[in-house]
Design a protein. Structure first.
Length: 280
């Protein structure tokens, strides 16, 4: 009963923080202008954004299946893709105590004689092999953006991070996950390609709303918001993405309406893609 109450409390806090963030963002922008940008977004560019977003998910499922095959969990690539979309659906629309990763582990444990701890380790490494390239590209774009030189300490964090993050991840694998080191380069490369496909998706959203003159700024904020969205403080990253664009664009003296519109469109693309998991 205590465990259930803690889970309910965590979900309630997430919901409250999400609504607070949304309320704050929309109190700082022109709602009619945001609505106008979303409605008039170029549908063809949005379809391309949708395509590349889902290509990134297909590649993510291939990476995940490499981890599963490595621990002796033999499943078809089609089933791995199905698991990935189901996980997306759970993470976005059913943000309870189990979550998408937990549900994937539950399904695989039912059908395979594999320890839960082994499944958890493989799933954790899959997540990390996506997060590390995300941090790398975030630092790289930050250095090439207008945010560079705004705060000296952030400049140094970005530079040191870009140089050291892959070597550090490799050392972590050697010392803590030695059994997975033989697939390190393959999975890390796939993780990098996944993030590049996500960037291409974001690129087309920026074009769809006509903010291509601020492309590097938007892509940098997109990656920063993706890092922030990993934190378990909101429902599906809603609210925190918009806050990131609001503060980031305001810092550079750029109107934030376009950034909020971008976040809404990216969420819609994510939501429509996640619905695939509901019918699988």
């Amino acid at each position: 009963m205590v465990t259930i109450n803690k889970k309910i409390l965590k979900i309630a806090i997430k919901i409250i923080l999400t609504f607070i963030a949304i309320y704050f963002v929309f109190s700082k922008v022109e709602l009619k202008e945001v609505q106008k940008i979303v409605i008039h977004a170029n549908i063809w560019y949005l379809l391309l954004a949708f395509l590349f977003f889902n290509l990134s998910k297909i590649l993510s499922s291939i990476r995940l299946n490499i981890y599963f095959a490595h621990i002796g969990v033999k499943i078809s690539q089609l089933y791995a893709l199905k698991l990935y979309y189901i996980g997306m659906f759970y993470n976005l629309f059913l943000p309870g105590g189990v979550g998408g990763d937990g549900y994937k582990i539950y399904l695989l444990k039912k059908s395979h004689n594999t320890k839960v701890s082994t499944l958890i380790t493989a799933t954790l490494l899959d997540r990390l092999s996506g997060l590390i390239p995300l941090l790398f590209f975030t630092g790289l774009l930050f250095i090439g953006s207008d945010f560079y030189h705004k705060y000296i300490w952030l400049d140094w964090v970005a530079i040191v991070g870009v140089i050291t993050i892959f070597p550090i991840f490799y050392l972590i694998n050697i010392y803590f996950f030695k059994g997975y080191i033989e697939i390190f380069f393959k999975t890390t490369l796939l993780g990098s390609l996944v993030q590049l496909l996500q960037l291409v998706s974001a690129f087309f959203i920026v074009y769809a709303i006509g903010y291509n003159s601020n492309m590097i700024i938007f892509l940098t904020l997109f990656l920063i918001s993706s890092v922030v969205a990993v934190l378990p403080i909101s429902i599906g990253g809603v609210g925190v993405r918009e806050l990131t664009f609001l503060y980031g664009l305001t810092l550079l003296g750029i109107d934030a309406d376009g950034g909020v519109a971008f976040s809404i469109l990216f969420f819609l693309i994510t939501a429509f893609s996640s619905f695939i998991g509901a019918i699988l």
